[in-house]
Design a protein around this ligand. Sequence first.
Ligand SMILES: Cc1ncc(COP(=O)(O)O)c(C=O)c1O
Length: 396
Amino acid sequence: MSSKQLEAFLNENLEDLKTRGLYNVIDPLESPNGPMITIEGKELINLSSNNYLGLATDSRLKKVATEALEKYGAGAGAVRTINGTLKVHIELEEKIAEFKQTEAAIAYQSGFMCNMAAISAVMDKNDAILSDELNHASIIDGCRLSRAKIIRYNHSDMEDLRAKAKEAKESGQYNKLMIITDGVFSMDGDVALLPEIVEIAEEFDIMTYVDDAHGSGVLGKGAGTVKHFGLQDKVDFQIGTLSKAIGVVGGYVAGKKNLIDWLKVRSRPFLFSTSLTPADVAASKRAIEILQESTELHDKLWENGDYLKKGLKSLGFNIGNSETPITPCIIGDEALTQQFSKRLYEEGVYAKSIVFPTVPRGTGRVRNMPTAAHSKEMLDHAIAIYEKVGKEMGII
Ligand SMILES: Cc1ncc(COP(=O)(O)O)c(C=O)c1O
């Protein structure tokens, strides 16, 4: 029998979320997560994944994953520090470092885990972190875990960042300071102002930490936002995920060798959680090789992104200020956003509503993510459905 307190808490809060249009229903997919997906027997144009380059279903990744599974087994067996590390993990880390042009890299079980690991391994309660107000939830949680003072600056507002950095430095209150930002902001598609951030960091001797979950594979000809700006030598922590453009699962931190050495002995998710499976590792490494071999997928992603953006914008949708293929359709009201997404679904487009707490209240949106795997026909069909539903609901 569950506790009455828990029952009361859950009933009250679930009901509240449902009434306010903030309750998210999770759909079971009956197909691979490609450009078209099947849910309850219905085929839909999938504009909701982060599978930017279509690599999640790529036959080259499946081949090496199967081989690694056969050779090394289904699981890694233990935490790497306890039972040794599989050679494939080391090969992946070397590949990531080469790709990111850093001295070294360390792989974690997810991008989320990287932020749990890296921030608290370096920052503590005597330190302060300057954090963009729109940073991802995992950054916020990673900062909290470190117990450092969190100083939020207005989104991409360099005057605000500079003033707060100066104040923090001159206060003499903190041992260490760090600036953390997303490379690409996932719900809006805008790019962090890294050259300005690095300049401020250098002026006040502050560490820099860029979580490039949505920039890797997308910017810098695939190598990410830091490469895009040519700042490989100036950013201390480059965080990335293997779950989005790379198409698999996992995350990494790339940086100087001594930073990576420190994370290997002091970051708790590395020390106390079993590492990625051999199949994940082999597939991720192959994905990076594919990005190094050619920009074909990267170029297709941008072509598709530009095409969808142009189509939706010309219909009169508010697509915000995205500078990347991420294409939000900002509706505002949460309930209306959910209703809009539901109608798109009924007509054949899978584009999920994103509402508070993922984005600020009153900025509900349908987030569209065209990938390299979409055809022009799929995108044309999706745009036609957007037009029909948008007009029907008085949104355009
Ligand atoms: C900026 C950022 N960091 C980390 C993550 C988490 O990555 P993963 O899905 O690999 O845990 C995300 C995922 O959306 C993200 O957007």
